[in-house]
Write a protein of this length. Structure first.
Length: 430
């Protein structure tokens, strides 16, 4: 027993003796004048700020940081190594300071506890759709907004995450059609490419190497969806940011491959950014994570806050062109043309609408539909190996629109294996 007690004392002494380089592990840590929780806070330090511990007094560490500044911090808020994003876990504040990004700023704001008077169950009784709501300023979130307004360069290894490689034969089970065998080609790492079908602005900026900044433009507004109201159902944005605008420096190139093999390209300078609000109601959409205003980025349009310009040396998208895939790449720009191999086969047995009581011309219209599975192999560098695969599958014959309801799925060749890279699907709705 005495030996065990002596061992515990020795361990405690070793812990007390730990000095030298450390890192802040809290998200917004008070540096105090003295080793006491009641001592005046002279500054706040964020996650992974490097400090040097010179001495320990009980639960407090005396440290030096910055340009010779000194103070005391609770030792429990320090660590010998920087926190990783995985170690930050579900703590949105720490995750932001570990790797600042627009998405993590939004998660940070959404994680802040609202005062009782600003909880949604209270606001629905007092706020009408379109009215603004003011949230109190929070010092740590103000610092985070300032950081994002200054701009950050994102690590593509943190922003591009794909699940395990897929067996395309299994994806196409039940069909005769198959793509050609692949080998390593243009994309050797996941970080070298981001498809618009799978990535948002964080992912595109990271792969393109553009510094991205976020500037708030509106306060939160109350909203309700198309078939509800007049009581609001939610607020736009996150904390006191109702909407915001992203800027890319240098502009992020976004390439679009058309069915005829031509490759168009735009330089994306600015893009609206918003989190929260009504979101998707019905119709064609990307069910998973995807770039907001994707169509406007690719085709152009009058969306407020969107600024993109055609890149020289690339053919423009023309009305009636069929866009197959849009993407950002790292390193060398894409060539202005690609090789596209398209094959298809008929699909039978789809769910059909009941047209028995409809006019004859409608019945004939539905009978004339010839749904097909379409497989497109896209070779971006003309080496004979597909770099991107698009599979277009009929899902059903719509009851409302009386058209083929489609789904498109993308797969990207990473070092000789196919990985899922997003889905688009239509819906049969008004």
């Amino acid at each position: 027993m005495r030996a065990a007690a002596l061992a515990l004392v020795a361990l405690a002494g070793a812990a007390q003796a730990q000095t030298g380089p450390h890192f802040i592990h809290g998200s917004w840590v008070n540096v105090r004048e003295a080793a006491a929780p009641t001592a005046r806070a002279v500054e706040q330090l964020t996650t992974n700020t490097p400090v040097d511990v010179s001495a320990r007094q009980g639960d407090w560490c005396q440290l030096t940081y910055g340009a010779g500044k000194t103070g005391f911090v609770a030792c429990s808020l320090l660590g010998p190594k920087p926190l990783t994003l995985a170690e930050a876990g579900s703590n949105a504040a720490r995750a932001f300071w570990v790797a600042p990004s627009p998405n993590r700023l939004a998660a940070y704001g959404l994680s802040l506890p609202a005062p009782a008077a600003l909880r949604l169950d209270v606001l629905v009784k007092t706020v009408q759709a379109g009215q603004t709501v003011r949230f109190p300023a929070v010092a740590e979130f103000e610092a985070a907004k300032k950081r994002m307004k200054a701009g950050v360069t994102l690590d593509p290894a943190l922003e591009i995450r794909r699940p395990a490689a897929v067996d395309i034969a299994a994806v196409l089970r039940g069909y005769a059609i198959r793509p050609a065998a692949i080998r390593p080609s243009l994309f050797r790492t996941h970080e070298s490419v981001a498809l618009v079908s799978e990535a948002d602005a964080d992912g595109l900026a990271a792969v393109a190497g553009s510094k991205v900044s976020l500037t708030p433009t509106e306060l939160p507004n109350g909203w309700f969806s198309r078939h509800n109201g007049p009581e609001i159902e939610g607020l736009t944005g996150f904390w006191d940011v109702g909407r915001a605008e992203l800027a890319f420096d240098p502009p992020a190139p976004v390439y679009t491959v058309m069915a005829n093999g031509l490759v168009s390209a735009v330089a994306l300078r600015r893009l609206p950014f918003e989190v929260g609000g009504e979101g998707h109601y019905c119709g064609a959409h990307y069910p998973g994570k995807s770039l907001p205003y994707a169509a406007e980025v690719i085709w152009g349009g009058g969306t407020a806050g969107l600024d993109s310009a055609p890149l020289r040396g690339y053919p423009p998208l023309k009305e009636g062109s069929e866009a197959l895939v849009s993407l950002a790449v790292a390193g060398k720009p894409l060539a202005p043309s690609a090789k596209v191999r398209t094959r298809s086969e008929p699909v039978t047995g789809l769910q059909q609408p009941n047209v028995s009581d409809m006019p004859r011309e409608v019945v004939e219209q539905v009978k004339a539909l010839k749904p097909r599975l379409v497989l497109r192999e896209i070779d971006l560098d003309a080496d004979g190996v597909a770099d991107v695969l698009q599979i277009e599958s009929p899902l059903a014959i719509g009851n409302i629109n009386l058209e083929v309801v489609l789904q498109r799925r993308w797969f990207v060749n990473i070092n000789g294996q196919w990985f899922a890279a997003g889905t688009w699907e239509d819906q049969d709705c008004t």
